[in-house]
Design a protein around this ligand. Sequence first.
Ligand code: AGP
Length: 609
Amino acid sequence: MCGIIGCVGRAEQTLNTLVHGLEKLEYRGYDSAGVGVAGDDLSVCKTAGEIEALSQKIAGKQFSGTVGIGHTRWSTHGPPTDNNAHPHQDCTGTVAVVHNGIIENYQTLRDELAANGHTFTSDTDTEVVPHLIEDELETGAAPEAAFRSAISKLEGSYAIAAIVEGTEALFAARNDSPLVIGVGLDEDGNAEADLTSDGPFFIASDVPAFRDFTARVVYLDDGEFARLDGGVQITDQNGTTVEKTIETVSWDAEETGKSGYDHYMLKEIHEQPRALRQCLSGRVDELGGNVDIETVGELSPSRIQFVACGTSYHAALYGSQLLTRAGVPAQAFLASEYATSPPPVGDSLVVGITQSGETADTLSALREADRRGAQTLAVTNTVGSTAARECDHTLYIRSGPEIGVAATKTFVGQLAALNLLTLSTVEKRQTRRQIVPALRDLPGDIQHILDESNAAEIAEEYADSDAYFFIGRRYQYPVALEGALKLKEISYEHAEGFAAGELKHGPLALVTDQTPVFAVVLGDGEVARKTVGNIKEVEARDAPVVAITDGRNDAAMYADHVLEVPETHPRIGAILANVQLQLVAYHIANGLGRPIDKPRNLAKSVTVE
Ligand code: AGP
């Protein structure tokens, strides 16, 4: 992962622009941070720790130059130390490089460079790049040619930006890691500025890094190079100019702020009603009960395979249930294990669920599906992401930017979008007539939970527990898994989710009076009755029980506490139950004083396999 930022043409604002961009990218990693600025001299400042530590280290320093790069790191090669922080430099200190990705042949390159007299100061794979550029410059190559030649020697994934002392240009290249260029307004505030205007220009791993300065963007594709100076030139591997379209992102800069909430995660939990309205807008015809999602309307696959990771995998499990029950056999695969799955047959559709659209494991599985001849569909939040551009079809969840590392509103958006996918491609009018009104009411139902939830009191009650278990059946099973993942990733407490029926086959041995069990029980059917039976089993072992229920079953009778959700169809109720569990996780973690938006060892976008 890691986040990179670069800018040209911001004059004396270069350093501030870089630090501001890094603050916006910190969700991509926060092990170390650094900046480099080139003018007549090249200045670099970097440190282990978060951006705050970098700001303190920079304070009082003079950096002159109009071209700069910055980096916030999620460690892959080497621990989070000052030396391993980016930018990395060559032996002469005249080249600085930031990188996101993994250079797979770095050890070979490093051995060759070391044998030729280069001295390395870090454990990273990235450091070979400035030394390769240095070698080329020593042969008399111009900086851009030196950069291109160095990049041509790399194998692996990279979004790389480099600057060279005495050169008022920034050089960038992309392969399998995201990189987007921002086209700034010119001096006259001309919003029509293009790639030939005077800039300023930005380059970053993600749009929020420069969204305060411009909404106009150009997405680089794999194998492309960019030169940013007085204008932007984008070329392919042969040096041929590539014509690109400037796109305008639809969300405002304020959407990437905390809006008065203590944490992005809490803000994003509260944004869910609005995010859902955006997701459903124009796609659901409430009167006719019809659902129409652009780009996917014509699909009628005979089988579906889902590939996804983490929270998105839980959405995939939910989606596979929706489709299978609607008559299309569907299976969910962890993207990192997809290689061993049975190959898609016939007119199979492979659906990659990924909020970022950049998760390396998911992209890799989608590419494998493409090689196997399947149609591919990306269900994603990120316009212009690699998944969106590489798949045959895209279904946007329209959740707006999500900064908190723990996915919340994008999970809810994924579940809603999967309902739309199922309704529009498979389900009959009768089902649509049941589900469409439930979807329509969903934003209001979530708002009701946000206004009335007692999750904070329950979190306080169970803050000192030994472990936390989550159980559910059918649509509530993925929600149980997600409840546990959310809690463990932000609280660092032990939490596990189980299919409720599985508890008695082993995990019951873990249950004590110090292990609260959160049971999701919706509706009044067979599924609910069986889960109530499982509640009785844990209750008999003295475990405290918190029922997340719509009150249409006996769960409350056997539970110590209840988290209520409004009555609706159980498959939609699962989305509501998830919101209660998001709040439980948030309040437990907050009570423990955890850094909720930046949990240790994690990053928002996992661009390594
Ligand atoms: C969610 O809280 C996690 N941060 C993580 O499991 C995430 O869902 C996973 O890495 C997949 O990300 P994606 O949706 O961007 O592909």
